[in-house]
Design a protein around this ligand. Structure first.
Ligand SMILES: [Zn+2]
Length: 464
């Protein structure tokens, strides 16, 4: 067999096991996996000796160039996808959120236009249903167009994004009917609004500053909402996926529901695994405001256990970058902090360093949570998510223990701060391949912007 590229002698993680092998690539696809694959003089050789070779990472929760909190998130499809590639990410899924009176189709068109000509890696979108009464009859058309995951928010009434129980229930019925999946941002809006209102006084803001962000978002704000939407999934049979789960209580609810056979899955994000709400005691604590909020070390511990136990299926980032100038818009009022943080570039390094190297999860388990599970759940498997013959040649190659210091000034993200600033992390990609093409070489981005492709889908969720 003739290969265009052979990745030589790395520790290759595949669904059939992990061992030292070569990976042969023909065109955009993986054509062979085995020892001593033959190379012709024309074959490009990539030496992976002493390195891990894993499938390209999928970050299935990203917000690039999103108008939010009175500003626009600072990583666009150019900087966001370059940042991803440097962290071994080869596929991302963003959220197409309708502006003003837009239809679902217009929302998809808007996000297609953002990615066009800029994306370095492959991408698609979850379609956000923000006005159920108008949007519900547009869902089927979006499925036919290749979108199989939808999203509803249980909060963000002022943004015009909120879905009530009627919308969640009705949408889950449709998910059941079409074999598609609903992603839900689960926080309890009425009680959250009440807690914010009670604390929104000049005296308390002066006294507590950004700490009010954690004080107004106790764990029950998330767990009550998860419990409620799990009920709607249970009675409709509609496939549900809890995004950015951050609490121990939520994890328990999901675990118990899965045991009963409820079709619910959950993701957490890297920041909930390695950061806690003590960051709000820092002078720059307001930078860490995100939604949902960082919780306690015990929550992080429970989420790690959930990854090990299986009730937490995916690790993503919820990347929504805001720079220091944008974060400064808060001027002492925590309700005005643009909520979100950069994450694409550090997803794999944080997970690898704090998960695998600290023996919380194995290398194979990391690949499951960052690559294979997200691909399967989001309807992109077997094209993405595994090193297998016939799959896209999306591959990340990294050294097991060479570390780099997180320094936002030298990173690809447009962020001028990092939640992990100064941390020493292993797991940055030495080489990243996307559909057979080297896009990161020797830790530097070399791929051309605009080469990324939109990925149509026909299914979603884990059945049975
Ligand atoms: Zn999000």
């Amino acid at each position: 067999m003739r290969f265009d590229t052979v990745v030589r002698g790395g520790n290759v993680v595949t669904p059939r096991g992990t061992s030292v092998a070569d990976v042969g690539i023909s065109g955009e696809k993986i054509a062979a996996i085995g020892p001593d694959l033959e190379a012709s003089p024309a074959t490009k050789l990539i030496d992976a000796t002493g390195h891990h070779v894993i499938p390209g990472v999928l970050d299935v929760h990203v917000h690039l160039e999103l108008p939010f909190c009175g500003t626009v998130s600072a990583d666009d499809y150019r900087t966001g996808t370059r940042a991803g590639a440097r962290g071994g990410v080869t596929t991302l899924i963003d959220f197409a959120i309708p502006y003003a009176n837009d239809s679902l189709a217009q929302a998809a068109d808007n996000w297609m236009a953002k990615a066009e000509g800029k994306a370095l890696i492959d991408y698609t979108f979850h379609i956000c249903i923000t006005r159920y009464n108008e949007h519900r009859d547009q869902i089927k058309g979006m499925v036919d167009r290749g979108f199989t995951t939808f999203k509803e928010f249980m909060i963000y009434e002022s943004e015009g994004w909120q879905s009530d129980d009627r919308a969640l229930f009705g949408t889950l019925e449709k998910m059941k009917e079409y074999g598609t999946m609903l992603l839900v941002h689960a926080e309890s809006s009425r009680v959250l609004d009440e807690l914010i209102a009670r604390h929104h006084t000049p005296e308390l803001m002066k006294q507590y500053g950004a700490r009010l962000h954690r004080m107004t978002r106790p764990n029950f704000i998330e767990s009550e909402a998860i419990q409620r939407v799990v009920t709607w999934s249970e009675v409709t049979g509609g496939q549900l996926y809890i995004v950015h789960m951050s609490t121990a209580e939520g994890t328990e609810i999901v675990k118990a529901a899965q045991k009963r056979g409820v079709p619910v899955l959950a993701e957490t994000c890297a920041q909930y695994l390695v950061l806690d709400d003590s960051v709000f005691d820092r002078d720059d604590g307001h930078l860490f405001a995100c939604c949902p909020q960082l919780k306690k070390p015990a929550d992080s511990e429970r989420l790690w256990q959930g990854l090990k136990g299986g009730e937490v299926s995916v690790i993503s980032t919820d990347t929504c970058t805001f720079n220091r100038d944008q974060k400064a818009m808060w001027e002492g009022d925590w309700t005005k902090i643009p909520m979100g943080m950069p994450g694409l570039e550090t997803l794999m390094p944080v997970t690898y360093t704090h998960g695998v190297l600290k023996n919380r999860i194995s290398l194979d388990e990391m690949v499951m949570k960052l690559c294979t599970n997200p691909a399967k759940i989001m309807g992109l498997y077997p094209r993405k998510g595994a090193i297998e013959v016939g799959a896209d040649a999306d591959i990340a190659i990294f050294h097991p223990n060479t570390t780099m210091k997180v320094e936002c000034a030298t990173m690809e993200t447009n962020a001028d701060w990092s939640p992990f600033q100064g941390w020493d992390l292993a797991g940055f990609a030495r080489t990243t391949l996307s559909r057979g093409e080297v896009i990161v070489d020797d830790y530097a981005v070399v791929g051309k912007e605009g080469r990324g492709q939109w990925l149509p889908r026909t299914s979603a969720g884990l059945k049975g």
